[in-house]
Structures are given as structure tokens and as C-alpha cells.
Design a protein around this ligand. Sequence first.
Ligand code: DX5
Ligand code: ZN
Length: 231
Amino acid sequence: MIIAPSMLAGDFGRLAWEAQRADRAGADWLHLDIMDGHFVPNISFGPEVARVLRPLTRLKLDVHLMCCKPEVVLEAFADAGVDSLTIHVELGDRVTQLLWKIRSLGRKVGLAINPPTSISQVQPYLDKIDVLLVMTVNPGFGGQPFIHEVLPKIEHAALWRRDQKLLYRIEVDGGINLQTAVECAKAGADTFVSGTALFKHRQMGRAVRRMREAVEAVTKQAGRKQDDLSK
Ligand code: DX5
Ligand code: ZN
């Protein structure tokens, strides 16, 4: 189980301090939301921020590109030392080439899908990715409510992974708090991006620990059920 605080909910006046706060809190990845003002109606930050943060934290840097032209920044992010690069399936016929480019840069390959997009759109790429990012809000802003209608997509992604013996992570992003993280874990998610619920918590370490315990309890319970069935 991976817990990935999203910097979008951090204090932009002291990003370095916020990254180290996530690190001290016991998180696994640091999620960086890159917005270009076209793919989504908001602008965040670029590769230079990743470059500055890289030496300041041991967390893996997980870059979520909400951009119409991710090809413009892929190399710069790779040079900055990030660990994974995720592009959106909504980019259509450019997706294969972009995934290949990320692989060739030696980074983990991620593919994201927006709430209104059919899960069938990601099917052709499942054997080419390390992470499937299922958006649980419409991207662009932090602090939005979780969209429950997305849960069946997570179940589909988990079934395909099992049936095709694939290994991609199922990452959820948007409106993730203690309760919705548990719902996503039950559906099959294993990687939890959370901005507001973690960064706005006065004791981030406590929030991370509780989220981890809650989602791990779901897996243990599922394991026990499986054992009972095979007895
Ligand atoms: C939304 C971003 C998310 C966002 C999540 O466009 O992709 O990563 O930061 O923030 P919360 O957890 O506040 O919904
Ligand atoms: Zn994100």
C-alpha cells in the first residue's frame, strides 16, 4: 500500500518544508500535479520545482501530467530525477508514443483516466504501464468531493490485472480521505493520493498512519476471506 500526499494542497510559500513534512509523516510517494491551463482550467508548477525538491526528500516523486502536450516537459522532469510520469488516456492516438517515451527515459510509466471516460479506453495499454491512475474527481483542483460512481472502474481494473496476470498499481486521486480510501481499497486500489486530507491535517504523521492502517486492514480481511474459501 502506497500513500502519496499531493503537494497541490501544500503551502506554496514553503514547498520544501511541506515536502519534508510529508517525508517525516511516513508517506511513500510525493504526488506532483502538473497543470497547463489547457487540459485543466488551472496552472500549478513545472519541472524546476521537482528539481529543487528532489534532493530534499527520500520520497519517490510521482508526477501527474494534466497537460495537452506532455511531450514538452517529459525530458525535463526525467532530468529533474522524478520516479514516475503519468499522462492521460484522453490524449487519444498520442498515448502509445508518450508511454514509450516515458519508458525510454527510464521512468515508471503511468496512465490516468478521468471520471467521464470509459474504462475500456485504457484496456489496450494495460500491459505497457506500471501505474493506472483512476481519477476520483474531475482534475484541476484539490479539495473536491469524491465521485462514488468511479468505484466500478477500479473493480474492472483490478479484475483485468488479476485475469491477465499484470502487475500495474491502481492509484486513486481526488477526494481521498480515511473513508473514501477504504472504499477504494475494497474495490482494488493499492496507491492513494491525498491532498487536503493529509496536508491540512494538523498531525500529518497521524493522518498518514491511520490511512495506511485502514487500507491495510481491508487487504488483510480480503486475504482471510480467500483463505476461508480455499479451506
Ligand atoms: C486534482 C489532482 C489531485 C489533487 C487531490 O486535479 O490531480 O492530485 O491534488 O487533492 P484532494 O485530495 O484535495 O482532492
Ligand atoms: Zn493528481
